[in-house]
Ligand binder design. Structure first.
Ligand code: CA
Ligand code: CA
Ligand code: CA
Ligand code: CA
Length: 374
């Protein structure tokens, strides 16, 4: 009898010990990217560390109840959009790209880090300073010298590059990104220019101009264009610049004369100010008047033009180039304008001297367009 009781006490003690054994937990860190399926690797440091790609997980099992930290190191060109966790006892810091997990006994916690690739924007006019080192044609028999490719290693001048094209305002209803004018990745699936096949003009979302663009020789002209200011824009001043290759020699560096000396610069619109005070939306603006140089013999030819919006004025010399350290915001669109024939249509009367964009709206019957949501 005494012996049976002793065995019973031992069994009870073992049971007690088992009941008090801490339950172990699991922590999972998952990576999701936009664009989907990126091969970019993301490194996490701290208690929960490792390197993962889109769709992959770092899994730590058999974890004691305690506090654990995991912090993402952000690769160049990527932004951490948001972090979600499936339990409440996690402190999320988007600013520090970090989660602090207060793991409870036996708990499984999963946190997902969502990153978006922020590609810059560049133009798509032909440029001989490209990564292939190929010359390109502006027109039949005319070599192009437009500054479009940004990478200074390909030769100067550098093309305009807008680091965060969707961070403030852009031309038209949308802007598509690319890592450089002749390099992938490019959101359009093709590079803006292809030097190997001498193919320019392949950038998507070149949608800011309201055509036709009047270019009658010697008649002061203007055109209208649209600008979209996105919700959450930083409320800064922006500058619009326009170039025409009036003399069709493959650059935007000339100053031509029509009636008074140097009255027709290829730098046709010079730092037109777009107010910092405009609320988000899409607006129509009219350019200031410019003097077209387009005499017979040239006016029946195609014409390369560039329009650019950015938070800085155009850098000197103003030949279509961008700043050495790139623009922060904005977009550059390049167009090969079709000939309007020997007798281009007349320029409509200028809408207003004071508030051109509102007047332009009324004059051409366009109401403010909606911002395209992606
Ligand atoms: Ca655009
Ligand atoms: Ca683009
Ligand atoms: Ca593109
Ligand atoms: Ca020129």
């Amino acid at each position: 009898m005494k012996q049976k009781l002793f065995v019973g006490v031992i069994i009870c003690l073992i049971g007690l010990v088992n009941a008090q054994a801490p339950q172990l937990g699991t922590i999972i860190i998952e990576k999701q990217t936009e664009p989907d399926g990126s091969i970019q690797e993301f490194t996490f440091t701290g208690d929960i560390s490792g390197t993962i790609k889109d769709g992959e997980q770092i899994i730590y099992t058999d974890m004691d109840a305690a506090t654990y930290v995991s912090q993402e190191t952000q690769p160049t060109g990527w932004e951490l959009e948001y972090i979600t966790c499936d339990q409440e006892n996690v402190d999320i810091s988007l600013l520090d790209k970090k989660v602090t997990i207060h793991l409870q006994e036996g708990q499984t916690i999963k946190c997902i880090f969502y990153n978006t690739l922020i590609l810059p924007d560049l133009g798509d006019a032909p440029d001989p300073t490209n990564h292939a080192g190929n010359t390109m044609s502006a027109y039949s028999g005319v070599t192009a010298n437009y500054p479009t490719v940004y990478d200074p290693a390909t030769g100067l001048p550098q093309g305009p590059k807008h680091l965060k094209p969707r961070g403030d305002a852009w031309l038209g209803s949308w802007v598509s990104g690319e890592v450089d004018a002749d390099l992938l990745p490019d959101e359009d699936g093709v590079t803006n220019i292809n030097p190997a096949s001498n193919t320019p003009d392949q950038d998507g979302s070149d949608d800011g101009l309201i055509q036709p663009i009047p270019t009658p020789h010697g008649t002061p002209s203007y055109f209208t264009y649209t600008v979209t200011i996105q919700p959450g824009a930083p409320g800064i001043a922006r500058y619009v610049n326009v170039w025409f290759d009036w003399n069709r020699d493959g650059d935007w560096a000339d100053t031509l004369t029509v009636s008074t000396p140097n009255d027709a610069p290829e730098w046709a619109v010079q730092n037109q100010l777009i107010s910092s005070g405009l609320p988000p939306g899409t607006y129509v603006f009219a350019t200031p008047l410019y003097m077209p140089y387009n005499p017979p013999g040239l006016s029946d030819k195609e014409l390369w033009m560039r329009i650019s919006i950015a938070e800085q004025t155009a850098p000197s010399p103003q030949d279509g180039r961008g700043p050495a350290n790139a623009y922060e915001y904005g977009e550059t669109e390049d167009y090969l304008i079709e000939s309007e024939g020997e007798e281009p249509p007349p320029v409509p009367e200028y809408p207003s001297e004071s508030i051109p964009f509102i007047a332009a709206l009324m004059a051409i019957g366009i109401t403010a367009l909606r911002v395209r949501k992606k």
